[in-house]
Design a protein around this ligand. Structure first.
Ligand code: NAP
Length: 280
C-alpha cells in the first residue's frame, strides 16, 4: 500500500484526508492518506520519512509552507516564485517541492466557476501566503491589471513589488479601494476575514459596507462557512460567486496527479470535501 500525508500543526479539522482517500478509492489505487500533526521542531524528521519507497509524498499546510523548503532537494519554478511549498513529491527518494495552490486556484476559477481571468482587471484582498499564490496565478494567466489591498499596507506593497516583472500589479491606498472594487472584473478575498475559527467573526466582511463590484465575479478563498458574508452580499446583488472549496479540491487534485500520474476525479474530491465539511 502506498501512503501520502498532510503535515500540519494543528491537523484536526482538515478536509484533505476525506478528499484524497475518496479519490484513491474511486481510482482503485491501493493507498491511504493521513493527516499528521507535526510540531515545528519535528518537521525535518517528518519530512525525512517521506523519502521511503512506499510514500508518494505529502501536502504541507500552516505553519510549515515556508519552513519545509530547506528540507527539500529541489523546488519547481512555481514554488520558487511563490516562495512556499504546499505539496512534496517523492521521486525515488528525492523530495521535490511544488506549489499547487496557484494552479488549483486557476483551475477552480476556470473549470468550476467558468471564469477566464485573461484580460480582466482583478482585485486581491490580502497579502499573506494564499494571496501570493493567487497573485502569481492571475498574473501568469494574463490578468490585465491586478490591484492588491491589505490591512497592513506595507505587505501589499512588498507583494506588488515582488511580482512587478510578471505583469501590471499595484498596491492600493485605502482611499482608492471602493472605486477599484466597483470597477474590477474579479474580486478575490485571500484574507482570513469571514472564516469560522477562534478569534475570527464569521459574520465579518473584508470590504466596507456597501462596497461591491458592479458586475464582477467574486471569489472567497474561505470555505468554512460555505457562504461568507462577502459571498451572501455579492449574491444578493446578482454577482456570480465561488467559495474556497473548489480551490481546495483542485489544489488537492493537482497534488494527487503529481503523486500518481493519474487524472484526479475532481467531482469525487469536491463531494467528499463537502460531506466532510457538513459533518465537521
Ligand atoms: P496568512 O498568510 O496568515 O494571511 C492572512 C491574511 O489575512 C493577511 O493578508 C492578513 O492581513 C489578513 N487578515 C487577517 N485578519 C484580518 C482582519 N481582521 N482584517 C483584515 N485583514 C486580515 O493566511 P493564508 O494562508 O494566506 O490564508 C488566508 C485565507 O485563505 C484563510 O482564510 C485560509 O483558510 C484561506 N485559504 C484557502 C485555501 C483554499 O484552498 N481554499 C488555500 C489557502 C488559504 P495582515 O497582513 O494585515 O495581517
Amino acid at each position: 500500500m502506498k501512503r501520502a500525508f498532510l503535515l500540519a500543526y494543528p491537523a484536526g479539522h482538515s478536509l484533505s484526508p476525506a478528499m484524497h482517500n475518496a479519490a484513491f478509492e474511486a481510482l482503485r489505487i491501493d493507498a491511504a492518506y493521513q493527516a499528521l500533526e507535526v510540531a515545528p521542531a519535528l518537521l525535518p524528521e517528518a519530512v525525512a520519512l517521506l523519502r521511503q519507497a512506499d510514500c508518494y509524498g505529502a501536502n504541507v499546510t500552516i505553519p510549515h509552507k515556508l519552513a519545509v523548503i530547506p528540507c527539500l532537494d529541489l523546488l519547481t519554478d512555481d514554488a520558487k516564485a511563490i516562495g512556499a511549498v504546499n505539496t512534496i513529491v517523492n521521486q525515488d527518494g528525492r523530495l521535490l517541492g511544488h506549489n499547487t495552490d496557484a494552479a488549483g486556484f486557476l483551475r477552480a476559477l476556470r473549470e468550476d466557476g467558468g471564469f477566464q481571468p485573461a484580460g480582466k482587471d482583478a482585485l486581491l484582498l490580502g497579502a499573506g501566503g494564499a494571496a501570493r499564490a493567487v497573485a502569481y496565478a492571475l498574473l501568469k494567466a494574463g490578468a490585465a491589471r491586478l490591484d492588491v489591498y491589505n490591512r497592513s499596507e506595507g505587505k501589499a506593497r512588498a507583494l506588488a513589488q515582488n511580482f512587478a516583472t510578471l505583469g501590471e500589479m499595484q498596491a492600493l491606498e485605502p482611499g482608492d479601494l471602493a472605486a477599484r472594487v466597483l470597477a474590477c472584473g474579479l474580486l478575490v478575498n485571500a484574507t482570513s476575514v469571514g472564516m469560522r475559527r477562534g478569534g475570527f467573526d464569521p459574520d465579518e466582511s473584508p470590504l466596507p459596507a456597501g462596497v461591491l463590484p458592479e458586475k464582477g465575479f467574486v471569489c472567497d478563498l474561505v470555505y468554512r462557512p460555505a457562504r461568507t458574508r462577502l459571498l451572501r452580499e455579492a449574491e444578493s446583488v446578482g454577482l456570480r460567486t465561488q467559495n474556497g472549496l473548489p480551490m481546495l479540491a483542485y489544489q488537492g487534485a493537482e497534488a494527487l496527479e503529481r503523486w500518481t500520474g493519474r487524472v484526479a476525479p475532481v467531482a469525487v474530491m469536491i463531494a467528499a470535501a463537502q460531506d466532510a465539511l457538513a459533518q465537521a
